[in-house]
Design a protein around this ligand. Structure first.
Ligand code: PLP
Length: 361
């Protein structure tokens, strides 16, 4: 199998160092060796989450982390707001609805971030919480978490953020910005294979969790925290030991580079990519100021499927198509995690070649 470059919005390219860390012999989890690894890893997560709060880890996809948030924080009939700017905003709202939470959904047209006034208008005293997607991977738009955080604070809402595709790529300061709950996953800007989800709760969120009546067992975050707080940190059930070893290495890489530098690298590469895309005469799907620095959506009309296929077949570069209503209309190029200027250049050159072929040049 030829090695392909993943310019997708997850899973993303996993650096050699991280792959090597995953290839070590599997260690038993009820050992001092594992406790030391898990303790170190959980501290590194706090650095990337930019929080002093504990960050719990579960073996699961990011969707599991979203479900963990819902069932640990809310109760049936509880009234909450969910802001949706695309597929993943819809998903978060839908998970809450499945568990009987009374969700008032704010639907923002796809291709934009949420306007703060639209949220302000929808909030009523009966609402306890607000769910927001940081980076909407399906459209390439992001939400202004700092601004929404101010509103959440003013209105006394518990602020829950899906940062599955943004953490480690877009600036997100959990403590400084007053975010009560942050959920993420291993396979995107964190440069690791899929399979781990992370959830961090602030003090206010732990108080809410104490009142939640939705049944939970596997996803019980209090139990996960109790095990993590043991003198020798542990998990209630068998952890994904090799993935934790891998992600410990990728978090170490982020620490070595420095989180501010990592965010700046993403911002510079995204800007460079957007300029090149427009130079090619292509139209960026997000038309206002909410363009994401981790994924770029390009409106290529009927050519989306062919462009995606030929990028992979002719150039070994995997990109993504549209989701939901955008299927067949856009392509999405991920530039998150282990990405540098050379990879952006390769992607641009390959796209130019594919576009020339499609235009019969
Ligand atoms: N939330 C966002 C913003 C995502 O981008 C994704 C995946 O792309 C998810 C949630 C779901 O993550 P997973 O596919 O790991 O369940």
């Amino acid at each position: 199998m030829n090695k392909k470059i993943l310019m997708t919005p997850g899973p993303t390219n996993v650096p050699e160092r991280v792959l090597k860390a995953m290839a070590y012999p599997v260690m038993h989890h009820r050992t001092d060796e594992y406790s030391a690894l898990f303790g170190e890893f959980s501290e590194r997560l706090k650095y990337v989450f930019q929080t002093r709060n504990d960050v719990m880890t579960f073996p699961a996809a990011g969707t599991g982390g979203l479900e963990a948030a819902v069932i640990n924080l809310f109760s049936p009939g509880e009234k909450i707001i969910a802001v949706s700017i695309g597929v993943f905003g819809d998903r978060f709202a839908s998970i809450a609805q499945q568990f009987g939470v009374d969700v008032e959904k704010i639907d923002i047209p796809w291709g934009s971030g949420a306007d703060i006034d639209a949220i302000r208008k929808a909030v009523r005293d009966e609402h306890t919480s607000i769910l927001v997607t940081h980076n909407e991977t399906s459209t390439g738009a992001y939400n202004d978490i700092r601004e929404i955080g101010k509103l959440a604070k003013e209105k006394g809402l518990l602020f829950v953020v899906d940062a599955v595709s943004s953490l480690g790529g877009l600036e997100l300061k959990m403590d400084e910005w007053g975010v009560d709950v942050v959920i993420s996953a291993s396979q995107k800007a964190l440069m690791s294979p899929p399979g781990l989800t992370f959830i961090s709760l602030g003090e206010k969120a732990w108080d809410r969790a104490a009142m939640s009546t939705i049944p939970k067992y596997y996803w019980d975050i209090k139990k996960a925290r109790d095990y993590m707080k043991k003198e020798k940190p542990q998990n209630p059930y068998t952890p994904a030991v090799s993935l934790i070893a891998a992600t410990n290495e990728s978090l170490k890489m982020i620490q070595e580079e420095g989180i501010e530098n990592v965010i700046e690298r993403h911002s510079n590469l995204a800007e460079k990519f957007r300029i090149e895309v427009e130079k090619m005469g292509l139209r960026l799907f997000v038309q206002n100021g909410y363009r994401s620095d981790v994924v770029t959506s390009i409106d290529v009309g009927d050519g989306a499927a062919r462009l995606k296929r030929e990028m992979e077949e002719l150039h070994g570069i995997v990109i993504s198509g549209g989701q939901g209503d955008l299927k067949g209309r856009i392509v999405r190029i991920g530039h998150m995690g282990c990405v540098d200027e050379k990879m952006i250049d390769m992607t641009v050159n390959a796209m130019q070649d594919c576009m020339n072929r499609m235009q019969g040049a």
